[in-house]
Design a protein around this ligand. Structure first.
Ligand code: ARG
Length: 564
């Protein structure tokens, strides 16, 4: 369905053309005093050196549509638009029959969303949680809108550290490498730490580890099989978390780009972009200077011939443009990688294979209530799986109190939904670029902008439907101001999705859904449903609210409950 904003834009464009002969795309925004507002009279009057209020009146004289109930000039020359309840009701009836709940038609694009991207032999931490939750919500949005989405997990599965680890495990855990004994991620992490210690202290071990890297990169079968065993152990731990979060990802780690690295460097060289500095191959880009004011290099091949993180990202960018033919390439990481990706983007543009497809979606760090970086009591960075399980456990305690008659199985299933929803929503509902404070107590509250508040609105709607227990007919007739306000908000779902897909800010949708729930509660307070002459229209409005609420929650990766 076309959004109301777009409809009004078309109407205003015609009126403006008739009023002053200008052909423009009008600026229609939401308004706190009206349903929408048109802001163009001011700019047009300035250019034509005439009185903006007079020009606004001329535009109003040509703005004639059944959709509009009232137009008024506000302030220096804004046009306030109030839609007619009859028109809005018809729009909502159409929205009810729309399988996309009023989302606008789009031209399907190939969109890569790269997110999560933890490192092999290391534990996922809260930073990876943010990337996973935000990336999944963006991918779900694009899928909902009908785009062709590739969800990539760019795991750190390549690099010199594997030489040490394989070498160490060959000596101390060869049965794990051969597959005769299972191991878990925490053991892998211990071996990783021990191997690093050996590497720093024992020159003999160091030289064997370096030979192991050469063997691995050269495709030596024994090395590759050891590396695969290590990756498998890590992957199992990652999958456990993705399962709990219900997140789907295609693993395509750094190792995938290994065969492209040498070509990537020679391509950049042939374009005259590479300078050798201290034996390392570097790219110097305009506008990137270090703190000392000297040009800041991006190293793409170290002096020992090894490739690095930047080489891989250059190769990945090229692959995503040329092989994947992506229209949009979105990478979700913490703010700390901003500079790195600014340089990758600038270099890829300079090399000529990237235009404006790339968008870096960044986020702030997770803080604990004391304002410090989130850590467990032991001082270690909080493990993701523990954090999620704690949220589920706390949700279980809440249900124990609220619904003591639930059997333990059902209670656990419900707690899993509420606990995980709460963690996801708390993250998505704050402006992602800011640091965010993690608090179980706040995220599990039933009041305020929380998952529980939204789920509760949904539960309430299901309760009304159950009580009335009649077929729902697509009839809506908005009358009461609370009904009109709810109806207008429902119809803005598509606009919200459009905004989110442009700005890549999930909190646009959480804000929308929070307001939707509040407006629903206000409607339910002000307008009786059950047993009134308006029962079937109001039941339909409630149903549509529930549909939009659950579609929105789904896009955020949240599941709904039927009771709470
Ligand atoms: N593995 C990295 C980390 O844990 C994130 C990778 C981000 N993506 C990329 N294409 N460099 O910090």
């Amino acid at each position: 369905m076309q959004t109301l904003q777009k409809k009004l834009q078309d109407l205003a464009a015609k009126a403006i053309l008739a009023a002053c002969g200008e052909s423009i795309i009008p600026e229609i925004t939401t308004s706190s005093h009206a349903h929408y507002q048109c802001n163009d009279a001011l700019k047009l009057a300035k250019a034509a050196k005439c009185n903006p209020r007079e020009l606004a009146q001329k535009i109003i004289d040509h703005l004639d549509s059944e959709a509009i109930e009232k137009l008024e000039i506000a302030g220096p020359g804004f046009i306030n638009i109030i839609l007619s309840p009859g028109f809005l009701s018809e729009e909502l009836i159409k929205q009810m029959g729309d399988p996309r709940f009023g989302a606008p038609e789009i031209k399907s694009q190939r969109i890569i969303v790269e997110f999560s991207s933890p490192n092999i032999a290391k534990e996922l931490h809260v930073g990876h949680l943010r990337s996973t939750i935000i990336g999944d919500a963006l991918a779900r949005l694009f899928e909902f809108l009908g785009h062709d989405v590739l969800r990539l997990n760019h795991v750190g599965d390549w690099g010199t550290q594997f030489g040490m680890l394989i070498c160490y495990m060959k000596e101390n855990a060869s049965d794990v490498l051969s597959g005769t004994r299972n191991a878990e991620l925490f053991q892998l992490m211990e071996w990783y730490k021990a191997s690093k210690k050996r590497f720093d202290e024992d020159p003999d071990f160091k030289s064997r580890a370096q030979k192991e890297v050469v063997a691995l990169q050269g495709g030596d079968l024994e090395s590759i099989s050891a590396w695969e065993a290590i990756c498998d152990i890590s992957r199992q731990a990652f999958e456990e978390i993705y399962g709990l979060l219900d997140v789907k990802l295609t693993m395509r780690g750094e190792s995938f780009y290994n065969p492209y690295l040498a070509d990537t460097v020679s391509d950049l060289k042939s374009k005259g972009m590479v300078t050798v500095s201290d034996g390392a191959k570097c790219i110097f880009l305009d506008g990137f200077k270090g703190q000392d004011g000297n040009p800041f290099p991006m190293i793409i091949q170290k002096s020992d011939g090894g490739f690095n993180y930047s080489t891989t990202d250059m190769a990945a960018m090229k692959h995503r443009v040329h092989e994947e033919k992506a229209d949009r390439i979105i990478v979700v990481t913490d703010n700390g990688q901003k500079l790195h990706f600014q340089m990758i983007e600038a270099a890829a543009k300079k090399a000529g294979f990237l235009k404006d497809q790339f968008e870096h979606v960044t986020f702030g760090v997770v803080l604990s209530a004391s304002g410090k970086k989130f850590k467990t009591r032991e001082g270690e960075t909080e493990k993701l799986i523990d954090l999620l399980n704690t949220a589920v456990q706390k949700a279980e305690e809440i249900f124990q109190e609220r619904l003591p008659d639930l059997d333990s199985d059902e209670r656990h299933q419900m707690a899993k939904i509420l606990g995980i929803d709460a963690v996801k929503y708390a993250d998505l509902s704050c402006l992602r670029t800011k640091d965010y404070t993690f608090s179980y107590d706040r995220m599990l509250k039933f009041e305020g902008n929380t998952a529980a508040f939204l789920l509760y609105a949904y539960v309430r709607i299901q309760g009304i439907k159950r009580r009335i227990n009649k077929d729902i007919t697509p009839k809506i007739a908005l009358k009461h101001p609370s009904e009109i306000s709810l109806g207008l908000h429902i119809r803005r779902f598509g606009e919200t999705l459009e905004t989110m897909s442009r700005e890549l800010l999930p909190n646009r949708l959480t804000d929308y859904l929070y307001e939707l729930s509040e407006k629903f509660h206000a409607f339910f307070r002000d307008c009786h449903v059950e047993g009134t002459p308006e029962e079937s229209e109001r039941l339909a409005l409630s149903e549509l609210t529930g549909q939009v609420l659950s579609a929105g929650l789904n896009i955020l990766g949240l599941k709904t409950l039927d009771k709470m």
